[in-house]
Write a protein that binds this ligand. Sequence first.
Ligand code: ADP
Length: 509
Amino acid sequence: MGSQFWESSAPSDSFSVLIVEDDGPTRTMLAKLVGRTGLFTVLESSTAAGARNVIAERSVDLVLLDMGLPDANGLDLLEIWQQRLTSDEFVVIVVSGLDDEQRMIESLRLGAHDYLLKPIRPQILMAKVQNAARFHVANRAARQLSQHLSAVVDSVPDGLLVMDASGRIIWCNDHLESMFGRRGGTSTGLDAATLIAPSTTSFKEDDRQIRPSGGVLLEDLGRRRRLVGHHADGHTFPVDLMAAGLLGNEGRFVTIIRDMSESERVAELERNFVSIVSHELRTPLTSVSGSLSLLAATEANRLSESGGRMLDIARRNVDRLNRLIGDILDLEKLASGKLSVDLKPEPLLPLLHDTVEMESAGSQAKHIRIRQVIGRALDDNTYVLVDGDRFRQIVANFLSNAMKFSPEGGEITVCAEALDDGHVRISVTDHGPGIPESFRHRVFQPFSQAEHPSNRRKGGTGLGLSIVKALAECMNGEVGFDSTPGEGSTFFVILLCQRGLAGTGEGAA
Ligand code: ADP
């Protein structure tokens, strides 16, 4: 057993034993005994000065130290080495001819690992040497592991802390301290709420405490949360926080805190940039669009055939640009939480007919037929609680995609039907290529376009459906789709339906 331990964790040339003994025959006997195992590298010294030189020049793991040396007392050496013994650099077994209890106690107090009385009994010596060696190797491994873990923890570019169930910080890394402008472990013992809170006032001053019972700072462990960091100099900054129960330590939580100031700043710059650029583009574009419309209305007859065609192309491209800028602005509003909807009960059927009519112009070029199917339960008294313009935008987006992907001469069905639970479902069905299986989960994500062989030619940005989804959610609705690849797609929105008097919000259907 013992030898297996040494073979695996202490190769013979890595563990050295220094024998410090002035009596030649005893030293030789000790060296033979220790060396015989083949497990240790044996070094010898007959004086205290020699022993200090060996220790200074090379790594020694275990010292067998005689008490009575010609140039010093063994206790003197222990005193000199005390600091190194405390930090487990090496271990000492005192070998003494004096059965002196006081001396034994003093040796152990100074850091000796064990005490052995002469005459030496080989088996007891070897048992003690192996014990001390095992102790030292285990300590060395633990120290290395702890240094390794410290290096890992210090290299993490985020703040790390461990707190107890009351939110008191038990431990934190240097990065956390510098993030919050604290130094030298001053965060330890603090209530974590002093550093991180849900708003610009700390938990203590904030009545809207989010701490669940038990006082743990984090109500949803395992989820990333955006909170406010409180720096020691008084300023606040955004932080992302994620916490988890510390394995094997019930009631303790390890928390990662990331300073989000820089990414917030970049996101803010990005938002402002998008918004400024889009608005700056929109103004001249509105004027170009107005001029082109005027030209088409008043001068179209005077234009040559190719001039008319070019005017038409210009108008379509201006429309496209307008839609794109509108989408980008909507997306930016959604991202900054500034998108607002004006919810009012609107009569469903006129709103739907109008939208289909307005959008159907685009179907003529491809000779597409648009069929409207209205469920029997719906009539002029059916109202939906929506923002009319945003409702049109949703249906128009479904329709323009359906027209884009329908084959020449195809048919699109716009269907409105009442659901059992007081909602209506408005759907647009086409017989285009459908949604590929691999794309289904990305349909409503921004900037997502399927790899239809013909998608490139169809243009678009992949923004429309993500905006549609957000708009529907703002109006307490939801969107979805059914599709069979190769056969077509049905995109739908489900909205709350109101029956009866418009404006009173009376009774759900
Ligand atoms: P865009 O149409 O500008 O690309 P959307 O967000 O409206 O952006 O649509 C995202 C993608 O979803 C489209 O590019 C297309 O790949 C797919 N898609 C949407 N509607 C249909 C449809 N009716 N038939 C097939 N694919 C569709």
